[in-house]
Design a protein around this ligand. Structure first.
Ligand SMILES: Cc1cc2nc3c(=O)[nH]c(=O)nc-3n(C[C@H](O)[C@H](O)[C@H](O)COP(=O)(O)OP(=O)(O)OC[C@H]3O[C@@H](n4cnc5c(N)ncnc54)[C@H](O)[C@@H]3O)c2cc1C
Length: 228
């Protein structure tokens, strides 16, 4: 399918420090599947771009005294003085119809560099709060988001009585970050334990990723995480 400016835009935010990783191959596969399904695809590679993950005082040079991060985000959004890199990433986020967070699971969560991207770019006043509400009243309502990730452990470990159900680990991301700012969250695409697979199994896993992403692109409602 050919793409045009009218085509939906996917923003993939990728967080793996190794370009030859399986996670990076998975991201590349997903990007290709989205392009073939008619999406325009924008990729933000946080490690390659040396993204600075800390939400700190120096994002807001005029602050004196007690630093209140969310109050400063609100003020910077209102006055148009957000850090230039944060503003550029925020513009890319706001332009996208679909957000894909791509990462290896670290400590049952996001790698810190990606969590720090959320800390700085999901700015109060820009994507929630201020003129926006929360959840369905937040700025990204009407858009979709999904997680694309790998694990070290096999799927059997993510069961009650072992690690616990995967949905429990993802709740803080799905509900606390993505739905919080308005996204409808799609079912995640996960490759469990690629490091323990044979080359043939990894090739098959990438094909499964391609098929899953193609299905999502064709019919996002069929993969709504709240329905599974
Ligand atoms: C700090 C930290 C915390 C962690 N916490 C958790 C946790 O809480 N839960 C958990 O389950 N795991 C955890 N892990 C493990 C981590 O999730 C896995 O190591 C990671 O998800 C594996 O994916 P990868 O892309 O890094 O694999 P890689 O090791 O990069 O890749 C696996 C194999 O795939 C090969 N490969 C790369 N590209 C291709 C391709 N195109 N085709 C075929 N093969 C390819 C690579 O050469 C390699 O042999 C943690 C790891 C760290 C560092």
């Amino acid at each position: 399918m050919s793409t045009s400016d009218a085509a939906p835009l996917a923003l993939i935010v990728h967080a793996h420090p190794e370009p030859r990783s399986f996670s990076t191959a998975q991201m590349t596969t997903a990007a290709q599947a989205l392009r073939e399904a008619g999406y325009r695809v924008d990729v933000l590679d946080l490690y390659a771009d040396a993204w600075a993950p800390t939400l700190a005082r120096d994002d807001f040079p005029s602050v004196e005294g007690h630093f209140k991060p969310q109050a400063e985000q609100m003020r910077a959004v209102r006055e148009g003085t957000l850090d230039a890199t944060v503003q550029a990433h925020l513009d890319r986020l706001l332009a996208a119809d679909l957000l894909v967070l791509s990462f290896p699971m670290w400590w049952f969560s996001l790698p810190a560099i990606l969590k720090g991207w959320v800390d700085r770019v999901f700015a109060m006043g820009a994507v929630f709060g201020g003129d926006h509400g929360l959840f369905e009243n937040a700025a990204l309502a009407g858009k979709q988001a999904m997680l694309l990730f790998t694990t070290g452990a096999p799927s059997e470990m993510f069961q009650p009585g072992v690690f616990g159900p995967m949905d429990d680990f993802l709740f803080h991301i799905h509900r606390g970050m993505l739905e919080f700012v308005g996204y409808r969250v799609l079912d995640p695409v996960v490759t469990y334990g690629p490091a323990h697979m044979t080359d043939q199994e990894r090739a098959a896993a990438l094909e499964t990723v391609r098929e899953s992403v193609t299905l999502i692109a064709a019919d996002p409602a069929s993969r709504d995480a709240s329905l599974v």
